[in-house]
Design a protein around this ligand. Structure first.
Ligand code: PLP
Length: 373
């Protein structure tokens, strides 16, 4: 199996698994049971991991809250801030290409009486800062804008968005699940107040993630969604997933892989020249691991069915269960045929040149066969 679906999930890195195993076996202590050695060992490991995940975004470890993944982190950011009695404002700004974990939470907030503005994007999937500026009112409490899009890899200018929010006294949350560990992020210089990330997108285990919550300048007020014991400074109760947390810590320290962009570009160029495929998303403002391509006259799902040895995605894996055409490509103004013919290729740290060459051959043969029949 050639796996080019890393934006959906990634395999565990061997060093991550190795670090986790002791905490699934002999080191089974509860990190809250600090009155004995097993609990202490777990607590120490959790704090080491907290430092590891914080340093990726240049945060203070005390600003990291462990969650079950980025879906929960996004929920905690949006619901936790809007529910805080410290804030009175009722308006949220987000973007129409956000992950469902943000959009569905915003839908829910609308039902609860909040006003939400969904900003559009251009044909490259990019946000217009002038539109964002124009949407701000004196009622705007927060902006939630993702860093890298999961379907296209397109990057939003979070540094500029952060500066604009700070200037207007608005909180800034970014879903950085796809960029965390891949693109440079500095929560302070970028004026990020809340940030979501997930271990399983960076060769860590599933079921663990973080929410960064700024402690000072400004101190973000956030209400817990889960109550019961006051773990994580009251923001997220429940026994910590120690093996998962240790795994995320190690995943956060994995060195960046060199040459992944060259592989992606090679894949993209080969398919574009051989099949007249079109790239969805801005060429340069994009993650260097992701290529979303449209093959004209071909159905993406049928194309995937023809290539059982190649794991790619015809839409976001999280939403494809709904069998809806991609709302992300729709928001970029792609026509129905391009959306239907779209396939996302996403590379990871173990992707090899041979795999890319085989994938190109497979896709070219399959598309040509489909166009002939
Ligand atoms: C995968 C993903 C999520 C959801 O993360 P989970 O940890 O699987 O809940 C949220 N946002 C983006 C951008 C993602 O890619």
């Amino acid at each position: 199996m050639i796996y080019l679906d890393h934006n959906a999930t990634t395999p565990l890195a061997p060093e991550v698994l190795k670090a986790m195993i002791p905490f699934l076996t002999e080191n089974f202590g509860n990190a809250a049971s600090r009155h004995h050695a097993l609990g202490c060992a777990a607590a120490t490991a959790v704090e080491t991991a907290r430092q590891q995940v914080a340093s990726v975004i240049r945060a203070d470890p005390r600003e990291i809250v462990w969650t079950s993944g980025a879906t929960e982190s996004n929920n905690l950011a949006l619901l936790g801030v809007t529910h805080s009695a410290a804030y009175r404002k009722q308006h949220i700004i987000t973007v129409s290409t956000e992950h469902r974990a943000v959009l569905d939470t915003c839908d829910y907030l609308e039902k609860k009486g909040f006003r939400v503005t969904y900003l559009g994007v251009d044909s490259g999937g990019r946000l217009d800062l002038a539109h964002l500026k124009a949407a701000i009112t004196d009622q705007t409490l927060m902006v939630s804008a993702m860093h890298a899009n999961n379907e296209t890899g397109v990057l939003h200018p979070i540094s500029k968005i952060g500066a604009l929010c700070r200037e207007h006294g608005i909180l800034f949350h970014t879903d950085a699940t796809q960029s965390y560990g891949k693109e440079p992020i500095d929560v302070s210089s970028m004026h990020i107040d809340l940030l979501s990330a997930s271990a399983h997108k960076i060769h860590g285990p599933k079921g663990v993630g973080i929410l960064y919550v700024r402690r000072r300048d400004p101190r973000v007020r956030c209400e817990a969604l889960i109550h019961g014991g006051g773990h994580e400074r009251g923001l997220r109760s429940g026994t910590l997933n120690v093996p998962g947390i240790v795994g995320m810590g190690i995943a956060a320290t994995l060195p960046k892989v060199a040459g992944i962009r060259r592989l992606r570009d090679h894949l993209e160029k080969s398919l574009c020249t051989k099949l007249h495929a079109k790239v969805n998303g801005h060429h340069s403002d994009r993650l260097n691991t992701t290529s979303n391509l449209s093959f004209n006259g071909v159905d993406g799902a049928k194309l995937m069915a023809r290539m059982p040895g190649l794991a790619v995605s015809s839409s976001s894996a999280c939403t494809s269960a709904l069998l809806q055409p991609s709302y992300v490509l729709g928001a970029m103004g792609c026509d129905d045929a391009s959306i239907r013919g779209s396939v996302r290729f996403s590379l990871g740290r173990f992707t090899s040149t041979e795999e890319i060459d085989t994938a190109v051959t497979l896709v070219v043969e399959s598309v040509e066969a489909m166009l002939k029949s």
